[in-house]
Design a protein around this ligand. Structure first.
Ligand code: HEM
Length: 505
């Protein structure tokens, strides 16, 4: 084919896409013209804003945060308007709003197109946050020895270091393996947590659900039931997951039937048991439980890997932190061994994690909600957002606000440990696990991340393991590998390498 027809086809497709978006936009969404806009407004020009949003959402949020402090503004996303709230009062309104007024689940299910990508049961019955907040979090201490053992094992296999030699390690992919193995040691135990196909499946789900969901979201709603299942890999993922998880889940359900209750001697203390304890009706079926285990993996793996990826780059870019971190970890571990309690005493390690999440939190916005109250949701400043409006908080701007954090653009690994030392009362508010109106890395309020109690212990145990066993530096003298900002995500560099060698002193 010569180039002229190719150009015509490309132009035709581009024109159809623009026409489709215009028509779609013209007929959808509530009227938000009374909310100030960052970027061009109006049905045609707003697309310029939507295109800017793809790679410059952070700058748009920052512009809105400065122009409309303690207020709200809107930005165009490819298929809708999104309202951003800045200022503590309005953020508190969002964090504390009831699910039937501002819905976290509806907003998330639309964003993830959950019914096609992760399963209808997950969309219909979100009982897992309670399981994570209660049974899973309560068992982090009991199961810590397993978590620690998996970290040690994963590192020794993934970093086969010899003598004094430095090894260049692909940071993101290596951390993905460590997190997937460690989390699954806690969720489903040995030997499944080391099964290569099971790990590849969970990593695949973590990496591609959001992308597939965006493609489905791009379709008009009436086409989604027909095309959604073809775009998503749900059926294939479930077939693979069943192969690994069905024998484990079936055994639990069989024992439950034989013993006439949900508990019996020798019952494994893991995610499958915790889910079985809470699941009811259809959710107690084999397929539904398998699907739920994969979903909890989805919630845990990408978030934790992105966070530890950022943290590893912060450590490699600031090697002067290695020694004080080592001293803290060694003093505590020599005294108390490796336990959840000893992790709690590592204030510098904790601070390093919180600071990394403050500066490079994985979402430049958070607290995603959709107004579902039929007559709209009224904020404490009197503004009413109509039913159907999508709302978020300006997380990145808040975390970089000089009024809230001194030298906000500087990485100060012990910022929060110093604040903790300075305050005798209320020092717990500076812990990595504590959410607040100044710190939204785990959200805040009713839907604050229920997995953060596990995530923080897991990530601290990984950081502690790295600092006492390895020397770490960046591959090139070019500074910290740049973050990759895509829409509202702040991703650690995907392919940058970090140099590791066995600790020399
Ligand atoms: C560093 C790692 C993690 C980060 C940064 C993170 C971040 C978040 C954020 C920002 C939210 C939304 C909160 C809101 O809108 O108020 C959230 C919700 C959630 N997270 Fe995490 N998360 C992490 C790890 C985990 C882990 C390990 C699990 C599971 C074991 C998990 C399970 C969930 C669930 C189920 C929800 C939804 C809560 C609900 O429906 O009320 N997360 N997370």
């Amino acid at each position: 084919m010569d180039t002229a027809p190719k150009v015509q086809i490309a132009l035709g497709l581009a024109a159809s896409a623009v026409l489709y978006l215009l028509v779609r936009n013209a007929y959808s969404g509530p009227n938000l013209d009374f909310i100030p806009t960052v970027g061009p407004s109006g049905s045609i020009w707003s697309y310029l804003g939507a295109f800017r949003y793809v790679f410059h959402a952070k700058e748009m949020f920052q512009e809105g945060y400065k122009r409309y402090p303690a207020s709200m503004f809107r930005v165009a996303v490819i298929d809708r308007w999104s309202v951003l709230v800045s200022g503590k009062q309005l953020i508190e309104d969002v964090a504390n709003a009831r699910e039937q007024d501002l819905s976290f689940h509806q907003s998330t299910n639309e964003f993830l197109q959950t019914r096609y990508t992760l399963g209808r049961g997950i969309e219909r019955d979100p009982y897992h946050p309670t399981v994570i907040r209660t049974s899973l979090s309560r068992n982090v201490g009991n199961r810590f020895p397993d978590v620690r053992d998996e970290i040690v094992c994963a590192f020794s296999e993934l970093l086969p270091l010899q003598g004094e030699e430095w090894m260049a390690v692909p940071a993101y992919d290596t951390m993905l393996q460590v997190i997937c193995r460690t989390s699954n040691r806690f969720f489903v135990g040995l030997p499944l947590c080391r099964n290569p196909d099971y790990l590849a499946l969970n990593i695949g789900v973590a990496m591609d659900v959001v992308m597939k969901a965006q493609l489905i979201n791009f379709l008009p709603a009436f086409l989604r039931p027909t095309l959604g299942p073809f775009i998503s890999s749900l059926n294939n993922n479930m077939r693979r997951a069943s192969k690994h998880l069905t024998p484990l889940v079936a055994e639990r359900l069989k024992k439950m039937e034989e013993s006439g209750g949900k508990d019996w001697p020798g019952r494994p203390n893991d995610l499958i048991s915790w889910l079985v304890d809470s699941a009811e009706g259809d959710e107690l079926s084999l397929t539904a439980l398998v699907q739920r285990v994969i979903f909890v993996n989805f919630a845990a793996i990408r978030t934790s890997t992105d966070t530890i990826g950022h943290l590893l780059f912060d450590l490699a870019a600031n090697p002067s932190y290695l020694q004080p971190l080592r001293e803290e970890v060694e003093a505590i571990v020599n005294e108390e061994g490796w336990t959840k309690v000893s992790m709690g005493k590592m204030h510098k390690v904790d601070s390093f994690l919180r600071e990394s999440q403050r500066l490079h939190g994985i979402g430049t916005q958070s607290l995603g909600r959709k107004v579902v109250k039929p007559d709209g949701f009224t904020f404490s400043d009197g503004t009413t957002l109509p039913n159907g409006t999508y709302v978020h908080a300006t997380t990145w701007s808040l975390h970089h606000d000089p009024e809230l954090y001194s030298n906000p653009d500087v990485f100060d690994g012990f910022r929060f440990a110093n604040l903790r030392n300075a305050e005798e009362v209320g020092a717990a508010k500076h812990q990595a696990v504590t959410t607040s109106l100044d710190y939204l890395a785990f959200g805040h309020g009713i839907h604050a991340c229920p997995g953060r109690h596990f995530a923080v212990i897991e990530l601290k145990a990984i950081l502690a393991h790295i600092v006492i066993n390895y020397d770490v530096k960046l591959a090139k003298d070019e500074g910290r590998p740049p973050n990759q900002y895509i829409a509202s995500a702040c991703l650690p560099h995907a392919s940058a390498k970090v140099l590791f060698r066995k600790r020399q002193s």
